[in-house]
Design a protein around this ligand. Structure first.
Ligand code: SAM
Length: 173
């Protein structure tokens, strides 16, 4: 029953983003850019970078760097100028373990039915690398931080407009 409800929740969210792809950038660009700047300015990003829940690819435009984007909404992905994009579910990432230097994820996690994603992110990150994420505060679940801390040390928690942001280091596996 739990899994059926989770699958339904995901389906609804996917439909919602598929429908909002046409106006997403004009409505949210400034808001998202502000979050990127607050979380990433001054950070030296290099190596293999994953943008998890990449949507229309605004983060790769902002960074002007090669990043791999993963999102489960085909319409959002189609809007992306970044051609390194993969249609996939954040909870079941199509990557080998220990392959990324950074995972960045803006305003994704509040959409997910569980915190399985944190395990997946830790699995694909190389040891001692960074996971930078924000999640929408109005949908913030207090358990998020507790779950995050199982696999990551939180280096910084930041007020990020409508989101709360975390910069985290992957703990040893
Ligand atoms: C609020 S948008 C943020 C998009 C992008 N990170 C940005 O900064 O503009 C949330 C994105 O998460 C994606 N998403 C939601 N649940 C997902 C899942 N289970 N797997 C992959 N992507 C998901 C949605 O399709 C949508 O593109």
């Amino acid at each position: 029953m739990k899994y059926i409800m989770q699958a339904d929740k995901k389906k609804n969210i996917k439909n919602r983003y598929n429908l909002s792809a046409d106006f997403y950038n004009s409505r949210y660009r400034d808001i998202q850019y502000e979050k990127y700047a607050r979380m990433l300015n001054g950070m030296h990003l290099s190596g293999r970078i994953l943008d998890l829940g990449s949507g229309t690819g605004m983060l790769s435009d902002f960074l002007d760097k090669e990043v791999i984007g993963v999102d489960f909404s085909i319409n959002m992905l189609k809007k992306s100028r970044n051609k390194n994009r993969i249609l996939g579910d954040a909870e079941f990432l199509p990557f080998k373990s220990n392959v990324f230097d950074f995972v960045l994820s803006f305003t994704l996690v509040q959409n997910l039915p569980s915190f399985k994603v944190f395990k997946e992110v830790r699995r694909i990150l190389k040891p001692d690398t960074l996971f930078v994420l924000t999640l929408l505060r109005k949908k913030y679940d207090e358990n998020a931080k507790k779950e995050l801390e199982k696999g990551f040390s939180i280096l910084k928690e930041a007020d990020c407009g409508e989101d709360t942001g975390f910069i985290c280091r992957a703990k040893d596996k």
